[in-house]
Design a protein around this ligand. Structure first.
Ligand SMILES: Cc1cc2nc3c(=O)[nH]c(=O)nc-3n(C[C@H](O)[C@H](O)[C@H](O)COP(=O)(O)OP(=O)(O)OC[C@H]3O[C@@H](n4cnc5c(N)ncnc54)[C@H](O)[C@@H]3O)c2cc1C
Length: 312
């Protein structure tokens, strides 16, 4: 995470200011407001704004005039009920805005989530920094054989060194080509006055997917939880998961009751098919059931057994 001294000063200036407001604020989130939280080698997430908190969900659900006089335990019960029964619109009453710096290949996965408002850094207008993602050695793994969308054993020794050389070398060469195409010095003057530079919107096409981009990303709490349920899940690619995990932490600071309900009824809960449920009922009744008599495919059977803590 590299912030220029000017960017650090801007963040510090924002963090130094406080506003008097009648709106509800959340001290635990205020604590990290505007602060860049490091993700991957050069990325970050900053919460730059938010609206509402747990009580806004309760107020919307009850269509009340104010904070109301209910007890904390009643609010928690109501939030749990809403989450459990997928009564989702009260959660849409809260919004959050993030500033995210992320590699382009992560941005391509992230942008598939259409229920958000996005404004990305323009590489037509500005010059991209020489910052690209190179996986940490712990995450440099071979292609999985069982799951085409996954990784398996971590690479070691000369194989790992060669991969890192290629990733770094290719990105450095791409950036050198980009800089040559732009032909622009720090203050905009040509680095080689004998030739024209290429338009920024074209020069950038030379860069690889591991270069960093940035955007502002605003969404409501309901859609944020949908995003997190997919992207903080172990099936998601590690790099986007790294962002989702930091966002989970911001969620726990912002709306602690909703966060707890989200973990209980979504993230750590399971969706079981009708046939899977029938298998569980038969097992509870003491019946011997195996995959062939379960009615489940071998894969579904493995998944159900893993869910029940009996991996096969
Ligand atoms: C592990 C994983 C692997 C993936 N692999 C691939 C892949 O190989 N190829 C690929 O292309 N994508 C892939 N995706 C992306 C995935 O298919 C979704 O596009 C992405 O997760 C966004 O989900 P979403 O549409 O539910 O989210 P959002 O766009 O935020 O939408 C939220 C919800 O709003 C509703 N909605 C939004 N827009 C519409 C619409 N136009 N019409 C109807 N309903 C709408 C839907 O109910 C949707 O679930 C993968 C995602 C994950 C998590």
């Amino acid at each position: 995470m590299r912030l220029t001294p000017e960017q650090q000063n801007e963040v510090a200036a924002q963090r130094g200011e406080a506003q008097l407001t009648r709106r509800a604020t959340v001290p635990a989130l205020e604590e990290i407001l505007y602060e860049p939280l490091a993700v991957l080698d050069h990325g970050f997430i900053r919460v730059v704004d938010y609206m509402g908190e747990d009580s806004a969900i309760v107020q919307a659900a009850r269509v009340s005039y104010g904070r109301g006089t209910r007890k904390v335990s009643e609010d928690r019960g109501l939030i749990n009920y809403l989450m459990r029964h997928r009564h989702t619109t009260p959660f849409e009453m809260c919004e959050i805005k993030y500033h995210v710096k992320l590699p382009i290949f992560v941005a391509r996965q992230w942008i598939r989530h259409r229920t958000a408002n996005v404004n990305e850094y323009s590489a037509r207008y500005s010059i991209l920094d020489n910052e690209f993602y190179v996986p940490d050695s712990d995450h440099l793994a071979a292609q999985a054989t069982t799951n085409r969308q996954g990784r398996e054993a971590v690479l070691e020794g000369s194989a790992a060194a060669r991969v890192l050389d290629l990733l770094r070398g290719d990105a450095e060469r791409a950036y050198a080509g980009y800089a040559e195409l732009l032909n622009e010095g720090a203050s905009g003057e040509p680095t080689d006055p004998s030739r024209p530079g290429l338009a920024r919107e074209l020069a950038r096409i030379n860069l690889s997917l591991n270069f960093y981009t940035q955007w502002y990303w605003k969404t409501d709490l309901h859609n944020l939880m949908h995003f997190l349920s997919l992207r903080a899940d172990p099936h998601a690619q590690y790099e986007i998961r790294a962002y989702a995990e930091v966002m989970l932490d911001t969620l726990s600071r912002w709306v602690p009751m909703t966060y707890a309900a989200f973990l209980e009824y979504r993230m750590n809960a399971a969706l079981i098919s009708a046939t899977g449920l029938a298998v569980i009922r038969r097992l509870l009744a003491g019946e011997q059931v195996d995959q062939t008599t379960s009615g489940l495919s071998p894969r579904e059977w493995r998944e159900l057994m893993a869910l029940l803590g009996h991996p096969v």
